[in-house]
Design a protein around this ligand. Structure first.
Ligand code: ACO
Length: 325
């Protein structure tokens, strides 16, 4: 019996040209390369240029993903853009991407689940594709967190960066067996009791300002590994796969200690973990497709590989998805 699945055809990413190293940061706030590397694994992050907006980053990543997939933009009828740093309060930055690609059909909207945004967007797009309402989607994660950082707060400004990543996905009929390609499952979670542990202290309805990112780092850290491993166990239970079956683990790139801790707790071998956080810091919703694109382009992730994605972020929100590439 065949089943309809959302199959990833290609991916792309974009990092702004300005690279800010830990040493650069040590001249701006009281910090050191050693402290940042030891606590987070981050060595550098990229910062968008003055007139470069989230939608510009998203558009560059989308174009790269379309090229990698060998797909004409005119065949896209769904754009889901995960971001917490849209160009404007409205319209959605997805609309700017749609216009930039010259697409006039289908639907385009933003989705806000902070660092979990890409996993959420992938799951929402997968659901919409499988209803038959849409055939081909661009799923994008794009952020300019540099615009919401308090550059005097060394506890947060060293952690984040700007960037974008995207995948092209389409519905395909698959045999319905172990070798099916596409999104095999996605599990999304949220617990709003933690909404004040990682938040932005402004917004259109509350202050009328954009605000700055605030975080109880230790609380986030404590919650992260447990939440991530929990939802991944649900993914394994749902699909019958285990850590040993995975070819690649592509986690949200927030912090090397969280990534390593989660992989260790799940029994995922270190050589299967894709880590790019050292190069771009935490780019929130953009981090998973940035890491995916890196591992696809350097030849690690190949067609048919079993790839596990996970993320956790403000809300708290978290989630995981299992994909046969
Ligand atoms: N450089 C030097 N010292 C610093 C810096 C810095 N950049 N930032 C904080 N410190 C100091 C603190 O002031 C404190 O000094 P004190 O002891 O004199 O008071 C000391 O370092 C320890 O601070 P803590 O906050 O306790 O440091 P901790 O070991 O918890 O590490 C960190 C902080 C890296 C933020 C950690 O809590 C963490 O990784 N949390 C997870 C946060 C995260 O990844 N968030 C991303 C968003 S959510 C997500 O994507 C999963």
């Amino acid at each position: 019996m065949t089943v309809t699945r959302s199959v990833i055809l290609g991916c792309g990413s974009y990092l702004p040209s300005r690279r800010l190293t830990n040493d650069d940061l040590s001249r701006m706030v009281d910090t050191t390369d050693e402290w940042i590397v030891q606590r987070t694994g981050i060595r550098a992050r990229h910062i968008a240029a003055e007139k470069e907006f989230t939608s510009d980053l998203a558009l560059a990543a989308a174009r790269a993903a379309l090229a990698a997939a060998g797909v004409d933009a005119q065949t896209i009828d769904l754009i889901v853009l995960a971001t917490s740093t849209p160009d404007n309060t409205f319209p959605a930055s997805a609309a700017a991407v749609q216009a930039g690609l010259g697409i006039t059909q289908g639907a385009a909207f933003d989705l806000q689940a902070v660092c979990s945004g890409f996993v959420y967007a992938l799951s929402v797009a997968d659901g919409l594709l499988r209803t038959g309402a849409h055939q081909r989607a661009l799923v994008i994660g794009a952020e300019t967190f540099s615009r919401i950082l308090d550059w005097t707060d060394r506890g947060t400004c060293v952690l984040f960066g700007d960037g974008a990543g995207a995948v092209v996905m389409e519905t395909q009929s698959q045999p319905g067996g172990r070798d099916d390609r596409g999104i095999l499952t996605a599990h999304l979670r949220s617990d709003g009791r933690h909404k004040s542990k990682l938040y932005v202290d402004g917004g259109p309805s509350s202050t009328g300002t954009v605000g700055h990112l605030r975080m109880e780092g230790k609380e986030v850290f404590k919650f992260a590994v447990g939440a991530i491993t929990d939802v991944i166990k649900d993914v394994f239970r749902d699909t019958g796969y285990s850590a040993a079956d995975l070819d690649w683990f592509v986690p949200h790139q927030a912090n090397k200690r969280i990534i390593d801790g989660s992989a260790h707790k799940l029994g995922i071998a270190p050589e299967k973990v894709v880590t790019t956080v050292d190069q771009h810091g935490n780019t929130s919703a953009a981090s998973i497709p940035l890491a995916l694109d890196t591992a696809v382009r350097d030849g690690r992730i190949k067609r048919g590989d079993l790839v596990l994605l996970e993320a956790m972020g403000g809300g708290f929100t978290w989630g995981a998805a299992l994909v046969r590439w």
